[in-house]
Design a protein around this ligand. Sequence first.
Ligand code: ZN
Length: 347
Amino acid sequence: MMIFPIFICPHQILPYCSSLRLSLNNRNYMRGLHTLLPEQLRHYCTSESVQTFTAGSLQKSAFGFVPSHRTVTEFDVKLLETFVAKSKRLFVLTGAGISTESGIPDYRSEVVGLYAKSKNRPIQYQDFLKSASLRQRYWARNSVGWPRFSSFEPNDCHKTFSHWEYFKKIHWLVTQNVDALHYKAGSHKVTELHGSAHRVVCLDCKFQMKRTELQEMIQEQNPSWKHRSEDIAPDGDVQLSEEQIQGFKVPCCPNCGGMLKPEIVFFGDNVARDVVDFVYSRLHECDAMLIAGSSLQVFSGYRYANAAKDMRIPLAIINIGPTRADKIADFKFDVRCGDILPKIKLS
Ligand SMILES: [Zn+2]
């Protein structure tokens, strides 16, 4: 079978193919890079090799929470490798799509995402503040999900980014995930945009504690309350019946008796302004942006893709399915993150 070649001509002409959703658009800020139209692409490429891409196509995922996706080709790898090689200070944004390969579902994927499989929705910030019964439900379910949620391990995507940071390829990484898997993989230059399920804060006195410490408190205060659940949400939430939740004693702040909340930005709340600005400042120090495993439906992450466009730096996206930033991206890889990221060799 023919292998699809990358054409780098003396004028740095790279291929474009709309049917493959791979493109290197001719933008003013990428002077010297020209766009080949599909007709020109066929001039260089046999129809057989084009079919390799279009029909190489959808396969059902072996990973339970990863949507169906096409296989990664050598062309994909070379294209992303070139993109990464050109960057000296890479900005990375990750979403739930990279943690699905660790066994954590995402919210929005077709068929396998939480929204597709369940009517369960994450708690709204205002509801958590207003309702004692909703807080009881939240913490009861969260405490059942915690042992499993806290045991998830980083996968090859997290390890690849940790490796890239070690070799100074990544200038900064921002994640929308609250699972702490980037830290577990050894990354340090990380901002958890939506907080972390591994930390708890008191809304009254700002006392902070580890989620593991809170679990011990919960068990001490609920010695005979024991339940299990198989399903788990991206934030560690599980399903329990109202009957099961009854009798659960909600933990209070050990410092002031106030209201405890995981240090997660709940739906309906906003990312703190200083965090938003800190990430902007890191992005402005970078020369390219890579988005991995996010459809960017939440504005908190999407704003940085727009900022990268304003900065006129190259933008690449790896995500199964459409994203909000597809139209402004220079490259789109509609593949599984763990199928391509570990194959990239740093030069
Ligand atoms: Zn307190």
